[in-house]
Design a binder for this molecule. Structure first.
Ligand code: FCB
Length: 454
């Protein structure tokens, strides 16, 4: 058995997001978000639930910080709720909303936990939907206002900021496929939405730097290495297409100031860009989008094995038997984390990287006292941390790891049916109980090392 030690200053963290844990839907002047509204639409949420109460973190945040202290976490990735801070999306600032985060930040710092705040983890104020949400360029200025107000208030204590979480999900799942709020199914909206997200990111980077001394500013992307399902030209080509639309569509603009030419062609071929034109890209935008950042947040859950569908379009088709997939239908593939980190460093050279999300949804049966034995989560944690460690040894500037998630929570369109937490939440009593994996993670943090179990 070998112990794999992490660098002395490596940050061990946990992650959550406002909409998924806070609840307090109308408390303290908060306005509705697009997810509050989306959850009222028939069939939008698998179990018919909504995030109105979620984990009630809005009232139980002290207890939740205690959970992090018990774990020994050095950092916490959270998001602020745009609807709590600017209920109308722009204009008036709700001071009571900012007060909530003010207290939370002070308590985290007092507990020795470094806050990493993401400004947009999907919960845009519903009021902005009237203008088209992210499909509208108007939303860019609204987001910058919100970023300014939030960092003005918290920037004296919070150094680490991310603008958006997973813009691919917002643009594609929200505006093209309709699985996420706002539930639009218009492929012509996805690329403008993605562009407006990126543009508002670039503009906010400067604003955040102005408000935050010594800021570390970044953005969080969902990444997944593409694997050809078979060694045929068709599947290899489908994998290239997937990579272009999923990974490079965001990485290239951020680090190179341009959209990938092959992926533009793919979109044009599918009829999503008339003649390949992108009228939503205006002069100067690409320079703004590629404003240098201090770190890239990498969310990694799995690789994507890709098959060629009709017209050669990419279709995800896992390479392992169904029984081995997680509750989300995702393959457990730790090696993909090393692969994607190395590739990002080689192709884009970010200064610093954090794994901002990585985790697994399991059936998580509790015994009579709420205890959960989750050996698969422990194996997942171990193998992915070892994969991260291999990346560090190969020279990746990986500064920290945030496990998704601190506790079970509202898993978007799946409601409360998918559990990712290190802590189980009983959604009737709201009691939190550490799963066995929480004990395991606590030991790894204390040791600053992970054994390969051999
Ligand atoms: C990511 C989201 C996060 C959570 C995990 C399972 O895409 O950023 O909020 O839902 O998936």
């Amino acid at each position: 058995m070998t112990m794999h030690r992490f660098p002395e200053d490596f940050l061990w963290g946990v992650a959550t997001s406002a909409q998924q844990i806070e609840g307090g839907r109308n408390a303290g002047g908060r306005g509705d978000s697009i997810w509050d509204w989306h959850a009222t639409q028939k069939g939008a949420i698998e179990d018919g639930s909504d995030p109105s109460r979620a984990c009630d973190h809005y009232n139980r945040w002290r207890e939740d910080i205690d959970l992090m202290s018990w774990l020994g976490a050095g950092a916490y990735r959270l998001s602020t709720s745009w609807s709590r801070i600017m209920p109308e999306g722009r204009g008036a600032v709700n001071e009571a909303g900012l007060d909530f985060y003010d207290k939370l930040v002070d308590a985290l710092l007092a507990a020795g936990i470094v806050p990493f705040i993401t400004l947009n983890h999907w919960d845009m104020p519903h009021a902005l939907l009237g203008e088209g949400g992210w499909a509208s360029r108007e939303t860019v200025a609204a987001f910058v206002e919100y970023a300014a107000a939030t960092t003005e208030r918290l920037g004296d204590r919070v150094r680490h900021w991310a603008t958006h979480n997973e813009p691919w999900c917002i643009a594609t799942l929200g505006y093209e496929e309709g699985h996420h709020a706002p539930g639009h199914t218009n492929p012509a909206e996805a690329l403008p939405a993605a562009h407006h997200l990126l543009l508002s990111h670039g503009l906010s980077v400067d604003v955040i730097r102005r408000n935050v001394p010594d800021a570390e500013v970044g953005i969080v992307l969902n990444t997944s290495p593409a694997w050809a399902h078979s060694d045929t030209d068709e599947d290899r080509e489908a994998a290239r297409r997937f990579d272009g639309l999923f990974n490079r569509w965001f990485l290239d603009p951020l680090f190179r100031g341009e959209y990938p030419a092959d992926a533009i062609e793919d979109r044009a071929r599918r009829g999503h860009l008339k003649g390949g034109a992108m009228p939503f890209v205006q002069e100067g935008d690409m320079g703004t989008i590629s404003t240098p950042i201090d770190y890239l947040g990498v969310n990694y859950y799995s690789r994507t094995a890709v098959k060629a569908g009709p017209n050669g379009d990419p279709i995800g088709a896992p390479l392992v038997p169904k029984e081995e997939l997680t509750e989300m239908g995702w393959e457990v593939f730790p090696g993909g984390l090393t692969v994607i980190l190395l590739r990002i460093v080689e192709d884009y050279g970010p200064k610093n990287i954090y794994v901002t999300e990585n985790g697994i949804a399991l059936p998580d049966q509790a015994d009579g006292s709420g205890r959960v034995s989750d050996p698969r989560r422990i194996a997942f944690l171990r193998s992915h941390l070892l994969a991260a460690h291999r990346a560090i040894e190969a020279g990746v500037p990986l500064r920290g790891y945030f496990h998704w998630s601190l506790m079970d929570n509202f898993e978007w369109g799946h409601g409360y049916t998918k559990t990712f937490g290190l802590f189980r939440v009983d959604f009737d009593t709201l009691e939190r109980t550490p799963k066995e994996s929480a004990h395991w993670y606590r030991d790894a943090i204390a040791a600053n090392a992970v054994s390969d179990g051999q």
